[in-house]
Design a protein around this ligand. Sequence first.
Ligand code: ZN
Length: 240
Amino acid sequence: MLNRLKTLYQLQFIDDQLDVLEELRGDLPNTVKDLESKITEMKEDIQSKEKQQKESVEKKESNEKEMERLLENQKRFKAQLYQVRNNKEYDALTKEIDHTEEQITKMEAENDDLVNLNKSLSQQIEESLPALDELQKGLKEKEADLKEIIKANEREELKLQAERKKIEGQVKKADVSVYMRIRKAKKGKAVVTIKRSACSGCHNIVPSQRQLEIRRNNKLFFCEYCGRILVSQEIADSQE
Ligand SMILES: [Zn+2]
């Protein structure tokens, strides 16, 4: 049991040091992530606008082809006007001519809109490029800063991680999962000692009877206020 408590405390001891290294990075990892997602979002937006542009060009081209065909028809209808034999044929032809005219006018208007859309999209893309450039520059800087910090402590971190692995292997699996759960909930400290009769995690007084029990080092005790694992000073001293 003593060993079980000792290894748990050791695990915390190493994690404390890893946490210090992590803190040195400050907000940098989050900043880098934020910048990356903003850049991705912006690039996707530009891509979608470029796709719209491509589609508008294709639509305009197909309209132009269709208009050519309609104009040919128009010519033919107009020529036929000279050969009509009665009013009925004349009416039918003028109706065709009017209808074709309408379609051509509609397509011309649509093509004008497509040209405008294309221009506006180009402008929007162009306007977003400096901001994208700025974000990419910012990302590069932050990445370099982060890399430098990580590199400065790389050796220490690797050593601690190796040690951590070794000790984690010595801790009971169930204890590791309890430890990790508390550590996550309490953002760091899962194993604490009693200082001046209080839990050093939450500073609530630990009843003296409980303090006595904890000093026996033969059972896992949890602080009844914060839920952290409480160990005796003896355990802590054996680590130092
Ligand atoms: Zn507590």
